[in-house]
Design a protein around this ligand. Structure first.
Ligand code: FAD
Length: 389
């Protein structure tokens, strides 16, 4: 049984390693060379760390990731603190696991090393532009003229999945009239102290997330605001400070200063995808290919790790492939939907008028259990025990 995994991002590398560990024959095909300077910081919460543990790389992950002790929620104009989430304390006492920030590239490096150690055959710089599924096989054709043949395809080819286009050519994602602008800045003495801890700065129709990564040497910044000018869905449309300057008019001067530090700003248009099916008879999609996430809970990478673990368990001793894929989807669909719902509620809370924001955060200060309950539903999820039951 030859398994092909398309896409060597977070989900693709994880599923390849997990299946190779079971002794399965896995080929992974990736369009890049696993070096991507554009990928910025990502959040990996306790639910995903359970998968890193299963992969045998959690200790290495802790060595390179940053563990924040708190996250401040602030007004973006005055920087006034509205609320502080004691995230390390919550992690230790409530979520049964860690909460970390990491440079996406560093996580890719760890997963790639593990996949290689476990014997995954890797083809890089191979962009797949055509897929064909027959009764017995799946064929992949690359831009360079090569072809790959397997009995099943696990499509982990991300946001702009070519597999999704092949399986569901009529699927149309819905633009949310929101975009994210991402940049990474060298942390030096020009960066005000307020940025040393992770922050969520909020204001009407706009918010900014900042946190340090790589041992406080880089400040990861993601600005999310209303926008109507997006043509296609991509992580890395080039943008400039001039593009975002009007959005920053009502923010603290320090925010402008931050975005002026680095000329490389990437724009990412936010789309909602509602796919009812994630698979055919021989092809199954995982991660962003199946269910791209809006970034209000920062769960894109974590959800693809959960998917990978779940699919690897379903495939361990499977008999009927389409039935296994359909069981996998049923198992994951509800969980992914729940994360999407919580994420949408955050969008509502972050982008309110000043009056409503004050009200929401006053309630949270009085009843932090509301927040704990919401975070627990996402972070306390244990994929390993859930799948056993
Ligand atoms: C450049 C980039 C920057 C990102 N930045 C952030 C960020 O700042 N914050 C955040 O939270 N999340 C970010 N993400 C997304 C986050 O990493 C994903 O939500 C998460 O990794 C989901 O995992 P995935 O495996 O489904 O997809 P991804 O990790 O996106 O992996 C998909 C992989 O498939 C490969 N691929 C795609 N099409 C083809 C093809 N036709 N042929 C061969 N290979 C193909 C891609 O090169 C990529 O390696 C970024 C992703 C990318 C690719």
């Amino acid at each position: 049984m030859q398994i092909i995994v398309l896409g060597g991002g977070i989900g693709g590398l994880a599923i390849s390693a997990l299946l190779a560990r079971q002794g399965k024959d896995v080929i992974l095909v990736e369009k890049n060379n696993f070096i991507d300077d554009h990928g910025a910081g990502i959040q990996i919460s306790s639910n995903a760390q359970k998968v890193l543990y299963e992969l045998g790389i959690l200790d290495l992950f802790w060595k390179v990731a940053d563990e924040p002790s708190l996250i401040n929620i602030r007004e973006i104009k005055s920087f006034k603190k509205l609320f502080t989430v004691p995230i390390a304390e919550f992690s230790n006492n409530v979520f049964n696991g860690g909460y970390h920030h990491i440079h996406r590239q560093d996580l890719i490096d760890l997963l790639l090393l593990r996949a290689k150690e476990l014997g995954v055959t890797i083809f890089q710089n191979e962009k797949i532009n055509r897929i064909n599924e027959t009764k017995e096989k799946v064929f992949l054709y690359s831009e360079s003229g090569k072809s790959y043949e397997g009995n099943m395809l696990i499509a982990a080819d991300g946001l702009n999945s070519v597999s999704r286009k092949y399986l569901f050519p009529d699927h149309q994602p819905k633009f949310q009239n929101l975009s994210a602008w991402r940049t990474c800045i060298k942390f030096d003495k020009n960066i005000p102290d307020v940025f040393v801890d992770p922050n969520l700065f909020i204001s009407k129709n706009l918010h900014l997330v900042t946190y340090p990564i790589r041992d406080n040497s880089i400040l990861n910044c993601v600005l999310i605001a209303k926008d109507s000018s997006v043509r296609n869905e991509s992580w890395k449309q080039a943008a400039t400070f001039t593009d975002i300057a009007p959005l920053l008019n009502n923010t603290n001067q320090a925010v402008k200063k931050i975005f002026l530090q680095n000329k490389i700003i990437n724009k990412w248009g936010l789309f909602e995808h509602k796919l009812k099916k994630w698979h055919s008879k021989r092809i199954v999609m995982i991660g962003d290919a199946a269910h791209p996430m809006l970034p209000f809970m920062s769960q894109g990478a974590s959800a693809s790790l959960e998917d990978s673990y779940a699919l690897s368990v379903f495939l361990e001793n499977y008999i009927d492939l389409p039935d296994t894929f359909s069981k996998f989807q049923r198992f994951r669909y509800r969980r992914v939907e729940e994360i999407q719902k919580i994420s949408s509620r955050n969008r509502y809370a972050f982008h309110q008028s000043t009056f409503l924001r004050k009200f929401i955060f006053t309630i949270l200060r009085l009843m932090p259990s509301i927040l704990i309950h919401r975070l627990k539903r996402v972070y306390n999820y244990d994929i390993v025990s859930q799948i056993k039951n």
